[in-house]
Design a protein around this ligand. Structure first.
Ligand SMILES: Cc1cc2nc3c(=O)[nH]c(=O)nc-3n(C[C@H](O)[C@H](O)[C@H](O)COP(=O)(O)OP(=O)(O)OC[C@H]3O[C@@H](n4cnc5c(N)ncnc54)[C@H](O)[C@@H]3O)c2cc1C
Length: 501
């Protein structure tokens, strides 16, 4: 039986990111993917939020996305746009780029790394024992892995086979989404009716002065509400035509669909992200309405949280308990996404009272403090892992500062390209001793004289040193001494080399 250290089910954005992270750490990783290639039917996610762009920047690949997409203020809440252009980040914006392009670029990056692909095959199930997992594939073959990660989307076979519960909320609304041709030109843009919101747009667009300007030709993307919320069969052209006629009074001569699908506001989250040697990430672990564009971003960030931890456990530099911090940190993040999508879908209802509520929320969000708080939440820049009390940087993203180190000027994010931990000391060179972790964490003595500012929080006290995890979150903050550093290094990077067996 073929063996790999880690097998990932699913090469969507989450599986690709996780494979990349594991490969960077030198772990033998394989992906099993149903699709024969990376092509994606339909457009799905429309772009990236600021924190995901930062994550790609940390790995040195942000420009690949930025050069193909269109930067814009994409963060919003319940229909109110939230401008983040004053946020202290190198990327105070989001990026308009369809998911098929995002996946193509990610797959290109993963293709440069040592990742084995089993394409055109499906994970059917698995059995796990104390030492590994037997992963059953559709061609009656099996793979043996130390760990299996289900990145296989909302209907995850891995989650179901693991018997992990998926509690949450049933849908209250359903929309058909499609890419079609139309004999008559529909009114492009978003419209509200008593039956719900509907929209028409062209796949090709430009963002000018913050507004979407659609090209004159090309396939039309349609979103239209359907009256039957509980429908489980795949929607057809006839269903689309009927839904259009019910809402718009005409189907605009709809024909030649290239893709018809549906989304709902169902919100569910896996009760646990780990069952011994099996883990879940991305849509396999959480599903919700696409409002706010958070699904793909949350999945990619799950993968970046899990990748280095799983790599260290596989390499036996860290105990298995490190994997429990994955659930502890990422479950609350997606729980918050579920709640904010539920709040936003409630605000999207079309009746006078909801309209009044939406106006009220919009008024509140026009104030600076609420805008910053909500924008930090929606852009992912405000994520805070609970690593205990201490300096505001603890558990928050390390800012991409311009620092002066031995070989000249550096950006902090360039220190993270290889997905290693880094201890950045801003004090006396040589003041901190890292020798017992030197194989896992790099020490950089540097100077930084600028402001320390965090999104939504504002200015914070300058630290003397920070321990930055491979996922870009701060695990320890020094205030003139090394108190707590040994504990933090052991907690996040395993016991010191001298005592390791
Ligand atoms: C209409 C719509 C609009 C959206 N808009 C946004 C947006 O603007 N921003 C945003 O962030 N998110 C958005 N999303 C959500 C986003 O598309 C998903 O959250 C994202 O694709 C999740 O990535 P994933 O890799 O976790 O899962 P998926 O993308 O579902 O990938 C799962 C992969 O696993 C494969 N697979 C499934 N089962 C198996 C199996 N048994 N064996 C092997 N392979 C398998 C599939 O072929 C697929 O490639 C939107 C979604 C929809 C439907």
């Amino acid at each position: 039986m073929t063996q790999h250290a880690v097998v990932i089910a699913g090469a969507g954005p989450t599986g690709l990111m996780l494979a990349g992270e594991l490969a960077l750490a030198g772990v033998d990783v394989a992906i099993v993917e149903r699709r024969a290639n990376q092509d994606l039917a339909g457009s799905r996610a429309g772009g990236l939020h600021s924190r995901t762009i930062e994550i790609f920047d940390m790995r040195g690949i942000a420009d690949r996305f930025l050069s193909e997409g269109q930067i814009a203020q994409v963060a919003g809440f319940g229909g109110t746009r939230l401008d983040i252009s004053d946020f202290p980040t190198r990327h105070p914006y989001g990026l308009g780029l369809w998911q098929n392009h995002i996946e193509r670029i990610m797959a290109g990056w993963v293709g440069e790394l040592a990742v084995t692909f089993y394409r055109g095959r499906v994970v059917r199930g698995f059995t796990q024992d104390d030492t590994g997992v037997d992963v059953e594939l559709s061609d009656d073959e099996s793979l043996r892995a130390e760990y299996l990660v289900g990145c296989d989307g909302g209907r995850s076979v891995v989650r179901k086979a693991a018997g992990i519960e998926f509690p949450g909320w049933d849908p209250t609304m359903s929309n058909i989404l499609a890419q079609v041709e139309m004999a008559e030109k529909p009114p492009l843009g978003i419209h509200r009716t008593a039956l719900g919101m509907y929209s028409f747009g062209r796949l090709e667009y430009e963002i000018r002065d913050g507004e979407i300007v659609y090209k004159d030709v090309g396939p039309i993307g349609v979103m239209v509400p359907e009256s039957d919320v509980g429908c489980t069969t795949e929607p057809t052209l006839r269903d689309l035509s009927e839904a259009l006629i019910a809402v718009c009074g005409t189907d605009y001569g709809v024909h030649s669909p290239t893709w018809i699908s549906r989304f709902t506001d169902m919100a569910r989250q896996a009760a646990t992200y780990r069952d011994r040697r099996v883990l879940l990430a991305g849509d396999a672990a959480h599903v919700h309405s696409p409002v706010g564009g958070q699904g793909l971003n949350t999945g990619v960030q799950d993968a970046v949280n899990l990748g280095w931890k799983l790599a260290q456990v596989v390499k036996k530099t860290s105990p298995e308990s490190l994997l429990d911090t994955y659930h502890a940190e990422r479950h609350p993040v997606a729980a918050r996404v579920l709640r904010n999508t539920m709040a936003q879908t409630a605000l999207m209802r079309v009746d006078d009272r909801t309209e009044a509520l939406r106006d009220t929320v919009s008024e509140l969000l026009a104030m600076d403090e609420p805008r910053k708080r909500f924008a930090a939440m929606m852009s992912g820049l405000g994520i805070h892992y609970d690593l205990g009390p201490g300096h505001p940087l603890l558990g928050r993203r390390m800012p991409d500062l311009d620092i002066v180190a031995s070989a000249g000027l550096h950006r902090v994010f360039t220190l993270l390209h290889d997905a290693h931990g880094v201890l950045i000391s801003f004090g006396e060179p040589g003041a901190l001793d890292l020798s017992a972790w030197a194989d896992r964490v790099r020490l950089v003595d540097t100077k930084y004289l600028g402001e320390w500012e965090l999104p939504a929080l504002g200015a914070v006290a300058a630290p003397d040193a920070v321990l930055v995890r491979p996922d870009g979150y701060v695990a320890w903050v020094g205030d003139g001494s090394d108190a707590g550093l040994t504990d933090a290094l052991s907690r996040w990077f395993g016991p010191p080399s001298v005592t390791r067996r």
